[in-house]
Design a protein around this ligand. Structure first.
Ligand code: CO
Length: 136
């Protein structure tokens, strides 16, 4: 069902210093930057091999990532796995008793479709499914 790890999501309160760390110091190329209003974040993707690290800065405190940072601080937020058919994957997980945050896919970065699984069902690790647009 899962094709590969697509990206690791990191919650940051200061996007520019995070870009400096991952881009300038760790040497990862910045491949995309986008404000995703539906998720309440400004996000960038940096490349590492065939995968990415997603840095997310909340647009406001009262948003999922804003509340995450308020309670836990900056840090690892989610692991995203690529799937070929996100609707089929969600149905299969639901049938297996996995609690979903997103019952239906919603728009992600770069024209992708994404959905989050509830961490109560996944060992307290927030898992995102990504169906890339085309082949990324
Ligand atoms: Co993500």
């Amino acid at each position: 069902m899962l094709d590969r790890i697509d990206h690791i999501g990191v919650a940051v309160s200061d996007l520019e210093s995070a870009i400096s760390l991952y881009g300038d110091i760790l040497g990862m190329p910045l491949v995309h930057r986008e404000t995703i209003e539906t998720q309440g974040v400004e996000a960038v993707m940096l490349g590492v091999g065939d995968q990415h690290v997603e840095l997310m800065r909340p647009l406001e405190e009262d948003s999922p990532v804003g509340r995450f940072i308020a309670s836990r601080g900056d840090g690892l937020h989610h692991v995203a796995y690529a799937v070929g058919d996100i609707s089929a994957a969600l149905q299969r997980l639901k049938d297996s008793g996995v609690e979903l945050i997103d019952a239906e896919p919603r728009p992600g970065m770069l024209g992708s479709q994404i959905a989050f699984l509830h961490p109560e069902s996944t060992g307290r690790v927030l898992i995102e499914l990504v169906q890339p647009a085309g082949d990324h």
